[in-house]
Design a protein around this ligand. Structure first.
Ligand SMILES: C[S@@+](CC[C@H](N)C(=O)[O-])C[C@H]1O[C@@H](n2cnc3c(N)ncnc32)[C@H](O)[C@@H]1O
Length: 180
């Protein structure tokens, strides 16, 4: 079994809210080298990772609690998220706006969405500069409004460990878990 050692540290935002994810599988969307897959595997969680390029998690493919799905999230049919529900959905450093409905639908009732990516203003510091890849002010709040309970939200310009603009949210799909 591969040791889920992290090549890059998990995001501090993800680490902060990870303990609040209820029991159940975790989705690492656009997983890259799998720093968050590794983090949750190390914590004993079952992880599903999706990316167009799974080479960064090749060493995890034999891990008994790891499921990897190679998919083009921006064009593939059928969409890999269809009918899947996760206790936690992690999205970091990735934005493809048409996916938002599928991402929200993938969070089980009572489950948590942890999302962190670059925000408008980042073009002053470097890549990404394309507005398609930069969240607009308040965008993550707007995306979950009326459906999720927001535990924490940030939209800020950071200086450490490098100058960048980030938006982050941790939100619970609590509304749909309420009794009918
Ligand atoms: C900047 S990396 C972020 C990786 C990881 N989430 C992290 O924060 O460490 C963006 C990831 O999105 C993936 N990606 C880009 N376009 C994609 C697509 N159309 N379908 C699936 N994955 C895609 C890339 O392969 C890459 O692994």
């Amino acid at each position: 079994m591969a040791a889920p050692e992290a090549s890059e540290p998990a995001s501090a935002w993800v680490r902060r809210f990870a303990p609040l994810i209820p029991s159940g599988p975790v989705l690492d969307l656009a997983c890259g080298k799998g720093r968050h897959s590794r983090y949750f595997l190390k914590a004993g969680r079952s992880v599903t990772a999706i990316d167009i390029d799974l080479s960064g998690v090749a060493d995890l493919l034999t891990h008994p609690k790891f499921e990897a799905i190679a998919a083009d999230l921006e064009s593939s049919e059928p969409r890999p998220l269809a009918e899947r529900r996760f206790a936690g959905v992690i999205v970091t450093n990735y934005l493809h706006r048409p996916l938002f409905p599928s991402i929200l639908a993938a969070v089980a009732a009572g489950g948590m969405l942890i999302y962190e990516t670059f925000a408008a203003g980042n073009e002053r510091f470097g890549r990404p500069r394309n507005p398609d890849f930069l969240l607009q002010p308040g965008e993550l709040l707007e995306r979950v409004r009326g459906r999720f309970r927001v535990l924490a939200y940030e939209d800020l310009e950071q200086t450490e460990p490098y100058p960048a603009c980030f938006q982050r949210i941790a939100a619970v799909n609590s509304l749909s878990s309420a009794p009918a």
